[in-house]
Design a protein around this ligand. Structure first.
Ligand SMILES: *Cc1c(COP(=O)(O)O)cnc(C)c1O
Length: 384
């Protein structure tokens, strides 16, 4: 039996391993100097005037960012159904409601044309998701947000590094941006996330709320007369801090972010080149001069050519792990029942889901592995 090529794998080197060992030997296991360094390095990567707040996951980061901008019970937050449930569940954590808006089937991303119609007097914010690592049409989203006084929190779990009109995601004119370091993402810390913002108040609130609502300002230089054991609780916060063990991995992954991106981009180019004559739709490309992180490489099978589920089954028989991104939220039992949603309510997201297949794309995959995937796709589609 041929060895199985998994759908995704992290790419961990000796530097990450040595840094974790160093943390273990130092006895700084939880949040400490490595977290601080990871935050500084991450802000430095994206540049200029940004504050970075390390957290235990992107889910935690999205929750904290929404809390910091004041989203509360009964509020509405506009987002896409074509995402992972984390994007929307954090809205429910705060007693608010997601309002789903259908996607642009060309890009898989939220269609800005549909946003304005979904705005009500209770709308507080928009969460765009840069699907697969391709930036959303941010200028029209920012324009509509400004027109109605809405906040924008970007779900950038897929998009490190990604750019929009030659500006890095993380540096645009929005309120906060949240990246993920989950094991399958473009860079990993095992688990982890980072909130980026230019807004001092948001950064300060997220810092306090990630660790039990403890205000660290009592330690600043103006009040250093306070004893070291003293702290103040300003709110019932959360336990969302990142460990130094995770930050140790993240610090070294960050250094390889461009190397990883170039490798993924090259893999996407090879897939595009070798699959272009098949009865399927290749993934959308970034605009000229822009960066796609290529977290995912998502094909859409032409209607009537091959049933998506049996395609994935036949690929698995050939020892290739494929996946589906995403099962849209409006067909998941909780979201469908909670908001009385039917598949046809978001027809573009639903149709896209039915034809979508994610092929393996990760830096540990060899060129030989990739050609094995290509050969298998061609065989399954009867075009070898
Ligand atoms: C992975 C993912 C998240 C959650 O990231 P975690 O770090 O695992 O919490 C959020 N949104 C999207 C779109 C994701 O793919």
């Amino acid at each position: 039996m041929m060895n199985f090529l998994p759908f995704a794998l992290p790419d961990i080197g000796e530097d990450e391993i040595n840094e974790v060992v160093d943390s273990l030997r130092s006895c700084w296991l939880t949040t400490g100097p490595k977290c601080k360094q990871f935050e500084q390095d991450f802000a430095g990567f994206l540049g200029d005037d940004l504050k970075a707040v390390a957290v235990s996951s992107a889910t935690a980061g999205l929750h904290l960012a929404l809390e910091a901008i004041g989203v509360g019970a009964g509020d509405e937050v506009i987002t896409t159904p074509y995402t992972f449930t984390a994007t929307a569940e954090v809205i429910r954590y705060l007693g608010a409601h997601p309002v789903f808006v259908d996607i642009d089937p060309q890009t898989f991303n939220i269609d800005p044309e549909n946003i304005e119609r979904a705005i009500t007097s209770r709308t507080k914010a928009i969460i765009p998701v840069h699907f697969a690592g391709l930036a959303c049409a941010m200028n029209p989203i920012i324009t509509v947000a400004k027109k109605y006084g809405l906040k924008i929190i970007e779900d950038a779990a897929h998009s490190f590094p990604t750019s929009y009109k030659e500006k890095m995601i993380g540096t645009l004119d929005t309120d906060a941006v949240v990246f993920s370091f989950y094991a399958t993402k473009t860079i990993t810390a095992g688990e982890g996330g980072m909130i980026l913002t230019r807004n001092q108040d948001i950064a300060k609130r997220c810092r306090a709320m990630r660790l039990h609502g403890i205000n660290r300002d009592v330690f600043d230089r103006y009040t250093s007369a306070k004893p070291a054991w003293y702290y103040e609780v300003i709110a019932p916060g959360y336990k969302y801090n990142l460990t130094d063990l995770a930050a140790s991995i993240g610090i070294h992954q960050l250094k390889k972010a461009w190397l990883f991106q170039k490798r993924r981009q090259e893999m996407a180019r090879i897939y595009d080149q070798e699959l272009s004559d098949l009865p399927l739709k290749l993934p959308p490309k970034p605009s000229a001069g822009d960066i796609h992180s290529w977290h995912l490489y998502v094909l859409r099978l032409n209607e009537g050519i091959s049933d998506r589920d049996s395609f994935i089954q036949q690929m698995a028989k050939k020892g290739i792990g494929c996946s589906v991104h995403f099962i849209p939220l409006h067909i998941q039992p909780y979201w469908a029942e909670m908001y009385n949603l039917r598949p046809e309510d978001f027809p573009k997201a639903y149709a896209t889901y039915l034809s979508a297949v994610s092929l393996p794309i990760y830096t540990k995959m060899s060129e030989e592995d990739q050609y094995r995937v290509i050969k298998s796709v061609r065989e399954v589609l009867g075009c070898s």
